[in-house]
Design a protein around this ligand. Structure first.
Ligand SMILES: NC(=O)c1ccc[n+]([C@@H]2O[C@H](COP(=O)([O-])OP(=O)(O)OC[C@H]3O[C@@H](n4cnc5c(N)ncnc54)[C@H](OP(=O)(O)O)[C@@H]3O)[C@@H](O)[C@H]2O)c1
Length: 184
């Protein structure tokens, strides 16, 4: 699959490495922007307050499927008129959109492939994005768990504070797994 990542830092660069290892072709864009090209999937992994700037610096977004990994914390807000960054992204592209990969620590990406069981990867978004999120989660070593539709993206975006609080309360950076009773 052809994937373009917007943001090539911890999350964008880390997932690009994992997806390339899984056989995908990944193009990495930074703050200078560029063209989305022939991407079948786009990952947005810039600071949560830089989403408008980031999208305005790239071309070819119309109709693209976007997985938005951004978080908002410390009182930061999504673009005016939108409940979440992900819903803003959808308004720009018009394509299938998901908030995904926002609740896992990039620093642990290198250890996920060796996990005893696949950790979970929460996502919230459009039905049309489900196959993509499922596949790209698996190809990064995770199992996708749906939180809801795109109206739940704001809830997921604000989970960053919860994750940081858990990490700082003694556990350190962590992975998590949501399991059915049969899977315990
Ligand atoms: N780090 C984590 O563990 C983690 C986990 C879950 C979610 N997240 C979320 O993922 C997002 C990225 O985090 P990160 O840790 O990967 O950040 P990072 O390492 O600082 O990388 C940020 C990337 O965004 C680009 N960027 C910055 N400002 C931009 C702008 N105005 N326009 C376009 N691109 C811009 C940078 O471009 P250059 O390459 O040109 O500098 C860089 O490639 C954040 O929203 C964060 O909350 C992070």
């Amino acid at each position: 699959m052809n994937i373009t990542v917007i943001g090539r830092g911890n999350i964008g660069g880390g997932l690009a490495d994992l997806w390339e290892h899984a056989g995908h072709h990944v193009t990495r864009l930074g703050r200078d922007g560029g063209d989305i090209g022939a991407a079948e999937a786009v990952l947005l992994a810039v600071p949560g307050t830089a989403v408008e700037a980031a999208l305005s610096s790239v071309t070819g977004l119309e109709g693209e499927a976007v997985l938005d990994a951004t978080n908002l914390y410390g009182g930061s807000q999504p673009p005016a008129g939108f409940a979440s960054n992900a819903e803003y992204v959808k308004s720009v592209t018009g394509g299938p959109t998901a908030k995904a990969f926002s609740t896992n620590f990039a620093a642990l990406f290198g250890q996920i492939a060796g996990a005893r069981v696949r950790p979970s990867n929460l996502w919230a978004g459009d039905d049309q994005a489900e196959g993509l999120v499922t596949r790209l989660s698996l190809d990064a070593g995770y199992e996708a768990v749906r939180l809801g539709d795109l109206s739940m993206a704001a809830t997921q975006e604000n989970l960053a504070g919860v994750l940081f609080s858990i990490a700082q309360s003694g556990l350190g950076q962590f992975a998590y797994r949501m399991a059915t009773p049969e899977d315990l």
